[in-house]
Design a protein around this ligand. Structure first.
Ligand code: PLP
Length: 286
């Protein structure tokens, strides 16, 4: 399914503060199934198909790249889809572009309170959803499960052994776990968290036994989807200097963080760096 619609991904060479940086443009893999979500959904869709499901159900916030990607992929491959969306109050409002597009693609939107949304992994809540939406293949929030991790291993190839450091943005941790799995022992994987908190370290430690990774939330700019004027200014400048589109929730914060570490001399000279552009441009703020 997914392999037939994948487009060519380029590696863009960047010079950042004396370092050679290779930017892997996953944002190019598909215009609607963007970036890492392409890799995260691939084996989930194959599994849903293998098990004979005709419909999918998943979870996300109002601006979720995962919701946008799932809605498109479901339509493309002939599945029905339901999106459980955080925020009951959105129900009576005009849909934002992410949700409007998802709905136009045929996704049924089901709004739940923030309180209920927090129960998204609890058996009882999932059972309630099962009653309401029977026979749906369930993909967890952000698409993260073992099938997602399997897909994200394919972001790295055997030709990537030359790199010493691999960087990516982190939300639920599925993508970085795939990268860690596929990395070599001599490589370090550094994740820039889009949210505040150490819980991600525990989450990821549960998913992998390897130890050649680290996550920093020093550049989350106050929390998920929060921004600062410095971040927004950095993004604007970076886009202009390197002709790379970024967004403010994930990739902007990652490159903001990496640039700061390079500038402050926290990364040894000559380190060969691979940076994963995870896409997400549908959620870009103008
Ligand atoms: C969803 C997303 C991430 C986070 O991926 P996880 O696997 O949840 O850690 C990073 N970057 C972009 C652009 C995303 O859309």
């Amino acid at each position: 399914m997914f392999d037939s619609i994948a487009r060519q991904i380029t590696n863009q060479a960047l010079h950042l503060h004396g370092f050679q940086v290779t930017l892997r443009r996953l944002d190019q893999v598909h215009p609607q199934i963007s970036g890492n979500k392409f890799f995260k959904l691939k084996y989930n869709f194959l599994e849903a198909q293998r098990l004979g499901f005709k419909k999918l159900l998943t979870f996300g916030g109002a601006y979720s790249n995962h919701i946008a990607a799932t809605a498109f992929a479901a339509q493309q491959f002939g599945f029905g889809s339901v999106g459980i969306i955080r925020g009951e109050e959105l129900q009576d409002k005009l849909l934002n572009p992410t949700l409007q597009t998802a709905q136009d693609l045929g996704m049924q939107l089901h709004f739940v309170s923030r309180e209920d949304y927090r129960r998204k992994q609890q058996v009882q809540f999932l059972n309630e959803l099962e009653q309401q939406f029977p026979e749906h293949y369930v993909i967890p929030e952000g698409g993260t499960n073992n099938f997602a991790i399997q897909g994200c291993r394919e972001i790295l190839t055997v030709a990537d052994q030359q790199f010493d450091l691999i960087c990516c943005a982190v939300g639920t941790g599925g993508t970085i776990t795939g990268l860690i799995d596929a990395s070599q022992p001599h490589q370090q994987v550094l994740g820039f968290s889009a949210l505040k908190g150490a819980f991600l370290n525990e989450d990821i430690a549960k998913l992998t036994r390897k130890t050649n990774w680290q996550i920093t939330d020093n550049y989350c700019c106050g929390g998920y989807a929060k921004t600062t004027p410095e971040l927004m200014q950095f993004i604007q400048q970076f886009e202009a200097d390197h002709d790379v589109p970024l967004e403010q929730v994930y990739t902007g914060k990652m490159l903001f963080g990496l640039t700061d570490l390079l500038q402050k001399g926290h990364i040894p000279a000559e380190t060969e760096i691979l940076v994963i552009h995870t896409g997400g441009l549908q959620g870009r703020k103008a």
